[in-house]
Design a protein around this ligand. Structure first.
Ligand code: NAD
Length: 309
């Protein structure tokens, strides 16, 4: 099956694709003319109606990763094109990064590193002082695969209490994990010491953390978003951090990626940016690449795709 791979994938996944499919890779000149594509693998490449229309033979769009906001799914489905993703492949990597960012914020690890590089002469009592996690309240916005993994790991390893805001998750599911479901985003924001956001980008979640929600948060709270840019308002977060209305924040995802060097958030010393690194581990890259190829092989063999959206 003629498969166009628009974004780089791991060597192991590429080798696997070469064995099983007829591939055109991101670095080939052929990738610029789409007419022969029967299958595509995309990471961030935008599958808009205009691009889809240039692929009359297309049978499957296989997303390498989870978030499918770069694919016009209704348009593809209307044309009987199967759309798949790799829902389980990167959740552990993203969860581990979210936890790393929590620690970077509460213990000011990045700030401490920069201070050390700068020749720190005196670590006066309050300077670079952070806080422990034990006994604190972790608020999860979204209890899907990543949110659940963050919650379980921090609960088991660091004895945090976990509360959840997710209108689509039953209270019983939360309590079976030892978590408590709260009814409103306001309650979550007011109660949490650490807030981790793991929701998809939709019309409803766009700017769901803006000035109002930030104003509900404790001044000692930290906010981490590893889901998608635009869910946390960057302008409002800047205002909150600049005026120390929040202890710290870390974003892995931005409205415009990669983040520009003159972005106002980068002037805040209580802010940490990572360049959409959530799934960027060797382990997850292999799983995502092989998972995407497997879905195409299934469609090629006339089998049902496993993660059809
Ligand atoms: P998931 O689909 O398993 O879970 C999403 C959860 O969000 C669900 O439980 C859903 O009920 C909840 N939700 C939806 N709308 C909500 C709302 N308005 N308020 C509260 N909760 C809401 O997804 P996941 O695997 O946990 O991934 C979450 C997101 O993380 C993905 O959509 C993707 O955009 C992002 N992601 C980022 C990276 C990265 O590299 N940083 C990697 C993978 C995924």
């Amino acid at each position: 099956m003629k498969t166009y791979i628009f974004d780089p994938i791991s060597d192991q996944a590429l080798e696997y694709a070469q064995k099983n499919l007829d591939i055109v890779t991101w670095d080939s000149d052929k990738i610029r003319s789409y007419a022969e594509a029967e299958a595509v693998i995309v990471r961030t490449f935008k599958m808009s109606p205009e691009i889809i229309d240039q692929m009359p033979k297309l049978k499957i769009i296989a997303k390498h990763g989870v978030g499918v906001d770069n694919i016009d799914i209704p348009y593809a489905k209307n044309k009987n094109i199967v759309v798949t993703n790799t829902p389980e492949a990167n959740m552990n990597s993203v969860a581990e990064l979210a936890i790393g960012l929590v620690f970077s914020c509460v213990r000011k690890i990045t700030q401490s590193h920069l201070a050390a590089l700068d020749g720190l002469e005196k670590n006066s009592p309050m300077y670079l002082s952070g806080y422990e996690l034990a006994g604190k309240t972790l608020g999860l916005i979204g209890l899907g695969k990543i949110g659940m993994s963050v919650g379980k790991k921090l609960r088991d390893a660091f004895a945090v209490n976990v509360i959840v805001y997710d209108p689509f998750t039953a209270a019983e599911q939360c309590s079976s994990l030892g978590f408590v479901k709260v009814a409103t985003l306001e309650e979550l924001c007011r109660t949490s010491d650490i807030i981790s956001v793991s929701v998809p980008l939709t019309e409803k979640t766009k700017n769901m953390i803006s000035a109002q929600e930030l104003s509900w948060m404790k001044e000692t709270a930290v906010l981490v978003n590893t889901s998608r840019g635009g869910i946390v308002s960057e302008d409002d977060l800047y205002e909150a951090l600049k005026s120390n209305k929040l202890f710290g924040a870390a974003l892995d995802v931005f409205v415009e990626e990669p983040i520009k060097i003159d972005h106002p958030l980068l002037t805040c010393d209580n802010f940490i940016a990572t360049p959409h690194n959530g799934a960027n581990t060797a382990d997850a890259l292999i799983r995502m690449g092989i998972g995407a190829v497997d879905e195409i092989v299934r469609v090629k063999n006339g089998d049902e795709a496993h993660s059809r959206l």
